[in-house]
Design a protein around this ligand. Structure first.
Ligand SMILES: *Cc1c(COP(=O)(O)O)cnc(C)c1O
Length: 388
């Protein structure tokens, strides 16, 4: 069989760092060990019934069987604008400042094609969601990593970025509440970032997928668009995936600066044909009536967070109880690497963790736990690790 040469953009993709974990997992499973995966950031809770009912009803309407509109149903974009108003006090024009996405990953991956030329620089706070540097590279851009560490509270040190880099930076990716570090960003950080971006003409890409998974009403995460002047420079990606347990449905949105939203729309017009309208109508139901369900999911994750942080603390493993996200970001025991520790735990206990370096070099020395299994299984996983 002819082996075709891959395009350089694919051939030069960084090695898949979780491949070794997947291989080990298969091996451990083959030995008959019971696997508990704390590896995947995918809610175990089901999509609320009323959203599924809305899908059934919409799926029966023949008009929804045809091509959807490129920018998304206006009713969905209006529901997004209403939700941003209610939740963040941010007013958005649904016609010009909102675009629907086939999950926010799709939008984040396409965004650089609209705004990055070969040689342009993208600043990426890291450890990071792998899509930011890969999508930058697909557009021919260059990614520069800004390390997130406990010393800087997992916020990029804006003062440490050289003037030359600020001048060259076309795009700056931030993600708070953060996957994988579970850190949140305070208002002052966003204020400094917006001010600097307006001075240097840098586009701010805010990935806000986890704003609804918070644990304390007094510390509800912000939208970057709450910051004065942000609309001049920012686009925010959001998603129904984590808030309403809808990762499989593929629906999200980008909002903010009109030229950024429209530029992304131009790429999408030429690539995809929108989201099944029945899914968008179910999305309207979720955004309009989903809050009580989001609140009960938060209570479930909070209980798991507290169980896990306490158990890990007893083992001498340092993890801060995060204010948001369903992740814990913990230090590996002294003298071990991320990959070494995660493999040792998997081989001996069947518990799957994620090595921190899988999210970029600054993640070395850490591992991530996803609180996406029930309390009993979580407790079982932690007691296996304690016994080890
Ligand atoms: C889960 C996640 C998303 C959302 O992905 P969807 O494509 O909307 O399902 C975006 N960014 C980060 C950092 C995530 O972890």
């Amino acid at each position: 069989m002819t082996q075709f040469r891959l395009a350089k953009r694919v051939a030069t993709l960084p090695p898949y760092l979780f491949a070794e974990i997947d291989r080990l997992k298969a091996e451990v499973k083959a030995q008959g060990m019971d696997i508990i995966s704390l590896g995947i950031g995918d809610p175990d809770l089901p999509t609320p019934d009323f959203i599924i009912e809305a899908l059934y009803a919409s799926a029966k309407k023949p008009k929804n069987h045809q091509y959807p509109s490129y920018t998304g149903l206006l009713s969905f974009r209006k529901a997004v604008a209403d939700w941003y108003q209610t939740r963040f006090g941010v007013g958005l024009d649904p016609e010009n400042e909102v675009v629907s996405l086939i999950g926010s990953k799709e939008g984040i991956a396409h965004f650089p094609l609209a705004f990055i030329d070969p040689g342009d620089l993208a600043l990426i706070a890291s450890p990071n969601y792998p899509v930011y540097p890969v999508a930058t590279g697909f557009a021919g851009g260059e990614a520069k990593i800004l390390p997130l560490t406990p010393e800087n509270d997992f916020l990029p040190d804006l003062a440490a970025i050289s003037d030359a880099d600020w001048e060259r930076a076309k795009v700056f990716f931030v993600n708070y509440p953060n996957n994988p570090t579970a850190a949140s960003a305070p208002r002052e950080f966003y204020e400094k970032l917006v001010k600097k971006a307006r001075e240097t003409g840098t586009i701010l890409v805010s990935d806000a997928a986890y704003t609804e998974l918070y644990y304390d009403e007094a510390k509800r995460p912000l939208s970057i668009l709450e910051i004065a002047g942000a609309r001049d420079v920012a686009i925010e990606f959001h998603s129904l995936s984590k808030t309403y347990n809808m990762t499989g449905w593929r629906i999200g949105m980008a909002v903010g600066n009109e030229s950024l939203v429209k530029g992304l729309g131009k790429i999408k017009e030429n690539v995809d044909s929108g989201i099944f309208q029945a899914v968008q109508e179910a999305g309207v139901a979720a955004l309009t009536h989903g809050e009580p369900h989001a609140a009960s999911a938060r209570a479930i994750y909070k209980e798991r967070r507290d169980v896990a942080v306490a158990a890990l603390g007893k083992m001498g493993i340092a993890c801060r109880a995060p204010d948001a996200t369903f992740y814990l970001w913990c230090r590996v025991p002294a003298g071990e690497t991320s990959a070494g520790f995660v493999s040792r735990v998997l081989k001996n206990t069947g518990v799957v963790l994620t090595p921190g370096n899988g999210f970029g070099a600054p993640g070395e020395g850490f591992f991530r736990i996803a609180l996406t299994v029930g309390k009993e299984r979580l407790t079982e996983a932690l007691s296996r690790i304690a016994a080890l």
